[in-house]
Write a protein that binds this ligand. Sequence first.
Ligand SMILES: *Cc1c(COP(=O)(O)O)cnc(C)c1O
Length: 415
Amino acid sequence: MTEFSTRHDFEAGDLRDRFRIPLGPDGEDCLYLCGNSLGLQPASTSDAVNAELERWGRLGVAGHFDGPVGWMDFHRPIADALAPLVGAQANEVVAMNALTVNIHLMMASFYRPTAERRRVLMEKGAFPSDRHAVISQIELHGYSGAEDLVELAPRRDGLLHEEDLEDYLERYGDQTALVLWPGVQYATGQVFDMERISRACRRAGVTLGLDLAHAVGNVPVQLHDWGVDFAVWCSYKYLNAGPGAVAGCFIHDKHVNDEMPRLSGWWGHERATRMKMPPDFIPSRGADGWQISNPPILSLATLPPSLELFGEVGIDRLRAASTAMTGHLATKINEELGDRLDIVTPLEPHRRGCQLSIRVREGQQQGRALFERLEAHGIIGDWREPDIIRVAPAPLYNSIADCDRLVSAMAKLFP
Ligand SMILES: *Cc1c(COP(=O)(O)O)cnc(C)c1O
């Protein structure tokens, strides 16, 4: 879990040249602030994918075992590189499938409802896919999504409070089977005190799964030390592994000897005997044992180029640069546009990551018009109905100067 970094100083945007920057309508580099949705492509990604195409062409089936990164073990160095980003041991992490698929696989193992204890607690306003997955899992067990999914509402400030989750678990913990909580809320950008949430779950004897879609590569996370039971994330947001990239999954080592059910496939079978094709399933120890199929190597190949950049800087150094940059942006917005824009994201550094969610006070029409004008000027954020513009300066490739450019463009382009 120790992190070695080869850089001693890092400022936001220092690795910009290692990414491909899309062009704006004027033919110049656009101002890309959408890494919370789809991160940019590292310049070395296409070579990495081509290398596997080339190995396939040259080696055929021998590519499975050829060299240190034969396809048989292709996912292992990826787990090594992911582990420090989520504060895990490498055996607790695996890159596989897609995010929502992994929610289902984890719930197949970790959501074991009984008549007395069957509720799932989530946040109200969760990303729809998570909610669909949870309701369908509850119903798969013959219970009712309408009754057994509990959605904790934000307070008047629009934010979710850890204290409310604690209160809920104190009162209804004995009826609750699982808490599925985000590390960072996708709409507001709020970062949660995941350690505190994990403590509350353990106190109540409730399983905790974290969805780190907006947290991984954004804020440091310590899944192992916090005792989180499982976590899932996607790799196309801050991890820059490209559209539909192979997602990630964490299963805490404390469960390594649990005899829990799982949805099995041959790739989860222990490596030593997998190719002998035995009829009975013996799981690999650790997160590898939840793999089902042999992984899509051409897709996995996009992960190492980006993870190398994270490894070069180190998540703590990256986070420091990010905190400073987003803080600078928030201050400028409040100073120069505070009469027209409200930042929904909490401003305390430990409660926000890269992303700011900005409400346009004049409402949907003006907001949408501003957003479209920004886009026409090569400034790419994203729009959330009814009145929110999300921008996420990503410290690997965005800089303080980018934030200044955004604020002056907003001031100029307001309808
Ligand atoms: C981005 C995101 C998803 C997307 O799900 P996929 O299975 O990757 O398509 C799901 N949940 C959350 C919280 C997200 O932020």
